[in-house]
Design a protein around this ligand. Structure first.
Ligand SMILES: Nc1ncnc2c1ncn2[C@@H]1O[C@H](COP(=O)(O)OP(=O)(O)OP(=O)(O)O)[C@@H](O)[C@H]1O
Length: 465
């Protein structure tokens, strides 16, 4: 359906003031609007006249289990539906996305944002709206749409489904998952499949910005605004204008910076240091962290309002050990990319593949890539052997069910030694072999860390990239 001035919009919301003003403003913008206060009235209206778009609240009478969304998408799947809610929640957001909504907006929503979302939804060709539920075959088909993300496990097929549905919307997204699970690659895929694809995907690493320089780096500054500001400098946010700003390691952001970021996101404006006039920016925010942000919010270390603002859609990436035989698929795809042109390596021995299946992969896909690159360089035969793998992969598993059997047969010293070994390897994975950082997290001196690594015959260099 095209964005004609006569497009008909059904607005369902139980807040009388919101309903009236939204209806009036959309009429002034040239749309024909029908306003109703609950889901039953909305379904009755859909049954009796044609609409081009539905704007729906979530928490209103008759919609507590998303009845309007479900029936709307089942019976009128050609009509785009935008959710506008004052009570965001992760389950309803995910469910809404799964049902194929065109956008998910948070109240209070600025009218201009609502209008651009309405225009975008009306411009969608009706056959581009995803069906309510995708079959297994359709989901498998999506793997071709995201060739850079390798995976066929049920968890990954579900992920492709979600990425595909959220890409077209303009909703902020929070991606969580252990280190190396692919948060950045997923964020990039969302950007590349969105209408912002022709503009920048601006990566902002929260750990790389000193707290005192947060505003200057993010918003820019003018010459002379502080000691060291020798020339005008634009901020990273302005590079993400009309594109996507990807905030990596969001969980590390100090409280003062969280407040500044929240203001920029809410108002979609920022003021460079030393200037008085704010600059408008049109950016989609995707944030990633390997921390449990809900826990951080409960502990008072992360702002609840920022968490809700950013986490409208929350994508949780499964660790590699929960992706079944994806580990083999990934290994087979990585090998030709990572071996040198002169290498005679063509594959993996069965024992090597077993090691891949049994290992815990604390560093996830990044660790797998590194292991394969190293093994391909070391291998002297056509098939990579267990002996070519980094030491941690060659050890029997030490936790979960396997740990039970190790502990069952091992002395206390041996069991504790195993636990210490796997703790150290996870630490090195996490800190990419950086001994100072690993020591700091473990509460040890560098010297103490070196001693422990020596005791366990672990080479930190194996974990560097
Ligand atoms: N499903 C996948 N298919 C192919 N490559 C992947 C996949 N997931 C991750 N990778 C690769 O693994 C490496 C780590 O991925 P990425 O940087 O996206 O992880 P991350 O979760 O953002 O890590 P961190 O939390 O440490 O920043 C990259 O080289 C990336 O290309």
């Amino acid at each position: 359906m095209n964005d004609t001035p006569l497009a008909r919009i059904l607005i369902a919301d139980d807040e009388p003031l919101y309903l009236r003003t939204t209806g009036e403003l959309l009429r002034k913008s040239g749309y024909r609007c029908v306003c109703v206060a609950d889901a039953d009235a909305a379904l009755a209206a859909l049954n009796s006249e044609p609409f081009d778009l539905v704007l729906s609240d979530l928490n209103m009478p008759g919609n507590l289990k998303l009845e309007l969304l479900r029936e709307g998408r089942r019976n009128w799947s050609h009509i785009p539906l935008i959710v506008v809610t004052g009570v965001p929640s992760v389950p309803t957001a995910i469910e809404s996305i799964r049902l194929g909504i065109a956008d998910y907006l948070l109240k209070p929503v600025k009218f201009e944002d609502l209008l651009s979302s309405v225009r975008r939804a009306l411009a969608l060709p009706s056959n581009s709206l995803p069906a309510v539920e995708r079959s297994e075959i359709e989901r498998v088909g999506l793997t071709e749409k995201f060739p850079e993300i390798i995976g066929r496990s049920a968890a990954m097929l579900e992920l492709f489904d979600i990425i595909d549905r959220v890409a077209e919307t303009d909703t902020n997204i929070l991606i969580t998952g252990e280190s190396g699970t692919g948060k950045e690659i997923v964020a990039k895929a969302i950007h590349q499949h969105s209408q912002r694809r022709d503009n920048n995907f601006q990566v902002i690493d929260c750990t790389a910005i000193p707290e005192s320089l947060f505003e200057s780096v993010l918003f820019g500054h003018v010459k002379g605004s502080f000691t060291g500001a020798v020339k005008d400098q634009s901020g990273l946010l302005s590079h993400g204008h009309r594109g996507t700003a990807f905030f990596d390691e969001l969980g590390e952001l100090p409280a003062a910076s969280q407040a500044k970021l929240l203001r920029a996101i809410q108002e979609q404006t920022f003021t460079p240091v030393g200037k008085n006039t704010p600059i408008k920016v049109d950016t989609r925010f995707i944030c990633a962290t390997n921390r449990d942000l809900e826990f951080e919010v409960r502990e008072g270390r992360f702002r609840r309002d920022l968490f809700y603002r950013l986490g409208v859609i929350h994508i949780m990436l499964p660790p590699l050990r929960e992706r079944g035989d994806d580990v083999i698929l990934l290994a087979e795809r990585f090998l030709p990319q990572l071996r040198s042109a002169r290498s005679s390596v063509v594959g993996f021995s069965d024992e090597t593949l077993d090691c891949f299946r049994q290992y815990d992969w604390p560093g996830n896909i990044r660790e797998l890539r590194n292991a394969i690159e190293r093994a391909a360089a070391l291998s002297r035969s056509e098939l990579i052997q267990v002996a070519d793998l980094p030491e941690p992969l060659r050890r029997p598993p030490t936790d979960g069910k396997a740990a039970g059997s190790v502990i069952g047969n091992a002395s206390r010293d041996k069991a504790l030694g195993n636990a210490e070994h796997s703790y150290l390897t996870s630490l090195l994975e996490k800190h990419s072999g950086n001994i100072s950082q690993a020591a700091q997290q473990a509460g040890l001196s560098r010297q103490g860390m070196h001693k422990l690594l020596k005791k366990h015959e672990i080479a930190a260099a194996d974990y560097r990239q």
